[in-house]
Design a protein around this ligand. Sequence first.
Ligand SMILES: C[S@@+](CC[C@H](N)C(=O)[O-])C[C@H]1O[C@@H](n2cnc3c(N)ncnc32)[C@H](O)[C@@H]1O
Length: 472
Amino acid sequence: MVDAENEFAREQLRLRGLLQDHIASFARRDGNVDNSTRVVSASDGVVPRYIRIRRMASEGNNVGANKNHEEEEHTVREAVLAAGGRRVPWCPPYASESFYALPPEFRIAQWPLYQQGKVYGMDVASGVAVWALGPRPGDNVLDLCCCPGLKLCMVAEQMHHTGTITGVDISRGRLTVCRQVLVKYQIGRAAGVLVSPCSSPSASRSPSPGAPLWCRLICADGCCFETEWDAAWAGREEDVVFDSRAYDWQGMEARGQKRMNRGTRRRESLALRRVLNPAENGAGREGRRERANEEGGGYDRVLVDADCSHDGSTRHMLKVAGLDDSIRMRSGGFLSEEKLGGLEELQRGLLRNAFRRLRPGGVLVYSTCSLSPRQNEDVVAHLLKEEADAILDPILELGLPLFSCEMEEKGEGGKRSDDNAQANESLHACGRGYLPCRWGSLPGTLLFEPRFGETSGLFIARIKKKQLNSNV
Ligand SMILES: C[S@@+](CC[C@H](N)C(=O)[O-])C[C@H]1O[C@@H](n2cnc3c(N)ncnc32)[C@H](O)[C@@H]1O
């Protein structure tokens, strides 16, 4: 164990050293000196490995089955604690038993609980983005940059596995991974019931309360994706990568299959086609879209966890760069202007389209794991300027004061200090019931930084769309 820890620490040092120059020059180019300090120190310090315990779908009135789920969750919690996991003290009460912090060197990929789909590897700051979105049972949710699907799975659990989720991503390769994640965690399969819409596709189109979750994954550009949650598919059929209504869960399980063979793939694609019901394309679709607009249709919640420079998260950066790809990093491809060019435009395009897909009164969350104001506040400010119906909705309901507010109130200059002593103080404050983040420069947005609160970096903004005929 000690050897493993030493090896881990040495590797971290080596990689961190490698990253420093790239991050520093990225931050300088980003044009914000304050940010340059923040970004560079984001790669310092070691963030714990967070896990989230899977919450299984309730099985309705089946008391015995529900009790089994509770007991299983309890057993998993005990195993997590035994593995060195500790509770995250500032999690809201309803989530205090779902996120745990493990030592940074903990390898979850080899952990049976992870392999068996009982826990997710997910940073707790990402959990805050989902709490801010606040999905409710029966909602229709759009996740516009969904891969590999960790937030999507948490959204499904917050919805008690009822309603609809449409996951969109531009990368077919990443969607394949996302699809595996959904299968592993049984998202889209509620209450152990195999939904069989192939025989009656329209039956599950409008989810009634308690109806099982319908989840679909679509390969499309989030900047122009426009299919309503209840509409027939407006794009190419082959772009639907997964549709839980057609998915043969029981068959997969019975075969103990991980990868599908050609025959199974063909059968699934035929089932998907039937689910998509191409006969409903065309005029019907337009009619539905008009009706949706008149009735103030659209998604109840939209999540845009946008592609970004990943500079707030060393772990993400290393993943993006490729752990051993030091040559590429040294040669400047990683975080280079060339690689990041067009990113802000993409983020603005994603946010604009996300807002258009939102129903009046609906809630949208925009997040990135960058600390760059250009990719965060500026993108949000751009939308607020463009869209008269967009209102920035301060994220306050987590119920804890932000560390920086408390320091400011005490006159200790907590709002904008980059001082390490204060960062340490902040870590202690987390244990005393403060949220380990700051306000972003737009009021009510949140900025998590690794050095301030033992989490990966994450910016979160919440936007509401005004109700029809309303000023609010
Ligand atoms: C930060 S990751 C999303 C992580 C995901 N929300 C989760 O929690 O697992 C950003 C994703 O955006 C996708 N992406 C990039 N450009 C896109 C576009 N134009 N439309 C849709 N997705 C896009 C990337 O393929 C990547 O999977």
